[in-house]
Design a protein. Structure first.
Length: 281
C-alpha cells in the first residue's frame, strides 16, 4: 500500500495519523450518526469518537476503537476538531460506496493540529486521491452525564426485535412512549398516531431479550423525530442496549460488527419529551 507514514513537507509532525485497509469500516459508522452536517471529532490513544448533536435534545456518538485501525497514533493527550461530516463522507466514498469483490479503498488520515485541514489519502486499484477538509473550532457539547451508577433501568435486546417494533408501530405518532418495569409489562413501546394507540410488549424472558435489569417502573415519552436518526445505527447493529436514568434520559447503545468481525459502538442520547402522569397511563 503506498500510503506509508510520511512527515509533512515542512517537518511538523502529525498530531493524529491513522490508517485503515478498508475505508468502508469508517464510512458506515459515520453514516449511522449523519443527521446533521457537522460533527466534532475527539481522538485519544483509545481511538476516535465522532459526536453529532441537534437542538440540544439529542446527541449521537460513533466510537471507533484504535484496534480497528491498522495504524492509530495520537501525539497529544487528546485531539479535537469540528468538521463537515457530509464532506468527509463524500470523500471517504469518492471511489463509490460498493467496491468490486476483493477490492477495498485504503485510507490514511492525517491531521497536523489546530487550524490545519484534515488530510485523507485514499487508494483503490493503484489510484490515489488526496482530499483536504477544512477543520473548525469545536463547539461545546452537551454533557448528558450518563454514567453507569445513575442508570435506573437497562435492557439488552437483539436488534431485530427493535427493528420489527419500528416497522409495526405507527410512526405518524409524535412521540414514542417507553415503559420499563420490573413487573408486567416489563418493556413496552407505545405510539399514539392517526390510527389510534399501539402497544408492543416484550416479556423479560423473550428470546430477543439478552439482559433485563429494571429496578423501578418508568414511563417516558420521546419525540419520534429525534429518535428517527438512530434507526440508521439500528439497521447496522446486532444488539442494542436501552438505558434510562432517574430523569428519564434515554441511552440507546448499538453494537455493530463490521465485515471483519470487529465490534464498534454507536450511542444515541435523547431527552425525554415530557413527564407522564399516572392519569395518562
Amino acid at each position: 500500500m503506498p500510503l506509508s507514514a510520511q512527515p509533512p513537507p515542512n517537518g511538523e509532525p502529525y498530531v493524529l495519523a491513522a490508517s485503515l485497509d478498508n475505508a468502508r469500516h469508517l464510512s458506515s459508522l459515520l453514516r449511522a450518526v449523519h443527521f446533521q452536517d457537522h460533527a466534532t471529532c475527539f481522538a485519544t490513544a483509545n481511538g476516535l469518537r465522532v459526536t453529532v448533536e441537534d437542538a440540544k435534545c439529542i446527541q449521537a456518538n460513533a466510537f471507533i476503537q484504535a484496534e480497528i485501525f491498522q495504524e492509530f497514533a495520537v501525539q497529544e493527550e487528546s485531539v479535537t476538531f469540528r468538521i463537515n461530516l457530509s464532506v468527509l463522507l463524500d470523500c471517504l466514498t469518492i471511489f463509490g460506496t460498493s467496491s468490486l469483490p476483493g477490492t477495498s479503498t485504503a485510507l490514511r488520515m492525517c491531521y497536523r493540529g489546530y487550524g490545519y485541514p484534515l488530510m485523507l489519502f485514499l487508494e483503490e486499484g493503484g489510484v490515489v486521491t488526496v482530499c483536504k477538509i477544512n477543520t473548525q473550532e469545536p463547539d461545546e457539547l452537551l454533557d448528558f452525564d450518563f454514567c453507569s451508577t445513575k442508570v435506573v433501568n437497562k435492557i439488552i435486546l437483539q436488534s431485530e426485535g427493535l427493528r420489527e417494533a419500528f416497522a409495526e408501530l405507527d410512526m405518524t405518532s409524535e412521540v414514542l412512549q417507553i415503559t420499563m418495569s420490573p413487573d408486567k409489562p416489563y418493556f413496552r413501546l407505545s405510539t399514539f398516531g392517526n390510527a389510534g394507540s399501539a402497544h408492543l410488549d416484550y416479556p423479560k424472558d423473550s428470546d430477543l431479550m439478552e439482559a433485563f435489569h429494571c429496578n423501578q417502573t418508568q414511563t417516558n415519552r420521546y419525540k419520534i423525530s429525534l429518535l428517527k436518526p438512530s434507526t440508521k445505527a439500528l439497521a447496522l447493529s446486532c444488539k442494542v442496549s436501552i438505558r434510562t436514568d432517574a430523569q428519564g434520559f434515554l441511552s440507546l447503545q448499538y453494537m455493530i460488527r463490521n465485515e471483519d468481525g470487529q465490534i464498534c459502538f454507536v450511542e444515541y442520547y435523547c431527552c425525554p419529551d415530557e413527564d407522564i402522569t399516572e392519569a395518562e397511563l
